[in-house]
Design a protein around this ligand. Structure first.
Ligand code: G1P
Length: 295
């Protein structure tokens, strides 16, 4: 079992400006909850009880969100709003939250390295704070990744998903060979390749399991053209050292919602709103009416 997860949330969210001018992209609402709440719910459902957020300037609303708010609680109590109270009672989640700041924007590898002391000598999950796995975050991929990590004594397991070939430039992309037991060994990784240079169409999907070795590798990575330390380059080093780096393909019902740009944010919002148990059916009628007018 792995109990700890690092959730990097320090990025500027420039692709979502102006919505992210003064609020973190991870706090944008998808239907009724901020993105990062889905991420935490997914982690807890997969056995994680300690979550370290790697934050940055302008990210304090994430801490506020998971904190208790006695004033709001008493207002809701006085108004007999027990259903709303239950929805903001994060003590129920039984997770402990920790926060540290990435002081300079030096890339995802550097953000993960901020969690080294938190992880200690134990394996750790890394879950990107702007990606949700499965509708309403109902994915058990992390549990399967942890199982694979332990069974195969891997140094790293990465969730991957097939993406259209013209999309590979947005992601880290992996080359794999199939082991005799059907597991997928990663032999090479390229961060945001041009389509003609991509080793496959298997994109890194924002969930990782690492042994503590990853921190040594991150220290050795040279910054890229934009002075960023890429996590993908550190994983490539694990491969070059002959360590076992495995991929786990997400299942079709574990679609990854990547809230890094507006088209996918809009799509995610609509899909989650349609699936909302309370408002979904009504919203579907509204949407159908709107679309009928447009066509
Ligand atoms: C990061 C990783 C990339 C991965 C992606 C998933 O990129 O560097 O390998 O495929 O997340 O969302 P970013 O989206 O932070 O540019």
């Amino acid at each position: 079992m792995i109990h700890s997860a690092i959730v990097p949330v320090a990025g500027h969210g420039t692709r979502l400006l102006p919505a992210t001018k003064s609020q973190p992209k991870e706090m944008l609402a998808v239907a009724r909850k901020p993105i990062v709440q889905y991420v935490v719910e997914e982690l807890v459902a997969n056995g994680i009880s300690q979550v370290l957020f790697v934050t940055g300037r302008n990210k304090s609303s994430i801490e506020n969100h998971f904190d208790s708010d006695p004033e709001l609680t008493s207002v809701l109590k006085a108004g007999n709003k027990s259903d709303l109270l239950a929805e903001i009672d994060f003590d129920e989640l039984e997770a402990h939250f920790f926060y540290t700041r990435q002081r300079f924007q030096l890339g995802l590898g550097d953000a993960v390295a901020c969690g080294e002391n938190f992880a200690g000598e134990q394996p750790v999950v890394v879950a990107l704070g702007d990606s949700i796995l499965g509708i309403n975050a109902q994915s058990k991929a992390i549990s399967r990744m942890v199982q694979l990590f332990e069974e195969k004594r891997a140094s790293c397991v990465i969730a991957v998903e097939e993406v259209p070939h013209d999309q590979v430039r947005h992601y880290g992309v992996v080359d794999v060979t199939e082991n005799s037991d059907g597991s997928l060994r990663i032999t090479r990784l390229v961060e945001k390749p041009k389509p003609e240079e991509a080793p496959s169409n298997l994109a890194i999907a924002g969930r990782y399991v690492f042994s503590p070795l990853i921190f040594d590798m991150i220290r050795r990575v040279r910054p890229d053209k934009r002075s960023e330390i890429q996590l993908t380059d550190a994983i490539q080093m694990l491969c070059e050292e002959g360590k076992r780096v495995l991929a786990l393909k997400l299942r079709p019902d574990e679609k990854r919602y990547d809230i890094g740009n507006f088209p996918s944010y809009f799509e995610t919002f609509v899909e989650f709103a349609l699936a909302d148990p309370l408002y979904g059916a009504e919203f579907r009628h509204t949407l159908e009416r709107m679309l009928a007018k447009v066509e």
